[in-house]
Unconditional design. Structure first.
Length: 264
């Protein structure tokens, strides 16, 4: 049996936590969901997804995976126990906890997974941040929720940004760029490429996540990033945009950014 391939963000490992960014490798799903698909919202067989999730949980030391029904917003859920009879804690795009053994999952297939660790108060978060989530300010909302729940200081937080679609492979229209200009000011070439004839440009959503973290008070040196493109790396990652390009929009799998506190 192939083991799940779990990626780590450089420099993010620390005592008291486990974290991973999953890939396509090491699961039982087939077709456009092959093989380690962790999402059943797009047509994969539920039993196969459950087996894939169980494999990841075992690989991370027997943690309890907790998911959300993600909606590209800024709702944050505090989780104190595994949801009874369900994988999902509800509808939203960020999870926080201070309870060991609960593995918070941010599902992605081009969007950006962001993991947070507060070593002072032993609290963590997992965030799903697409462009709509960035504009909704899901990252500042999560830090605010952690401050209210656990006393978290942004200056003490460590962050990991996982694989996401890269700027060269993510053209957005002028209406999206206008919203990013309202959030970030004039878009430099770190955030957006040159405008094309239609007024659109390539956009680096993962970079926008890094900038929101820094603007909220997270130290630049405490932000780790895995700069792997989900669109370009077909053998390794699922991609919503690639599925649309290849003629099966809506039928594709999903990977996850995952973080858990370990028992002391």
């Amino acid at each position: 049996m192939d083991e799940p391939e779990l990626l780590a963000a450089p420099g993010f490992a620390a005592p008291g936590i486990v974290h991973a960014f999953t890939t396509r490798t090491g699961g039982v799903s087939e077709g456009p969901y092959a093989s380690l698909n962790l999402s059943w919202s797009r047509g994969d067989d539920t039993a196969r997804v459950e087996e894939n999730r169980a494999r990841v949980a075992r690989a991370l030391g027997g943690v309890e995976l907790v998911f959300l029904n993600q909606v590209h917003g800024a709702v944050v859920h505090r989780v104190d126990r595994k949801p009874e009879g369900a994988w999902s804690a509800g509808e939203g795009d960020a999870l926080i906890t201070d309870r060991p053994g609960l593995a918070l999952c941010a599902q992605t297939a081009d969007c950006t997974p962001v993991l947070l660790h507060d070593p002072e108060h032993h609290a963590i978060a997992a965030i799903h941040a697409g462009w709509r989530g960035v504009i909704a300010r899901v990252i500042p909302a999560t830090l605010a929720a952690m401050r209210e729940a656990y006393g978290t200081r942004a200056g003490a937080v460590r962050a990991a940004i996982g694989p996401a679609v890269s700027r060269p492979n993510y053209r957005v229209g002028p209406e999206v760029l206008a919203q990013f200009e309202a959030e970030f000011g004039v878009l430099d070439d770190g955030l957006a490429g040159p405008r094309d004839a239609g007024g659109g440009a390539g956009l680096d959503v993962a970079e926008s996540c890094a900038r929101q973290l820094a603007a909220a008070g997270v130290a630049q040196e405490a932000i780790a990033r895995l700069t792997l493109c989900t669109f370009a790396n077909e053998a390794r990652f699922f991609s919503c945009r690639r599925a649309a390009r290849d003629g099966h929009a809506g039928a594709f799998g999903g990977q996850c950014g995952i973080i858990a506190l370990t028992p002391s």
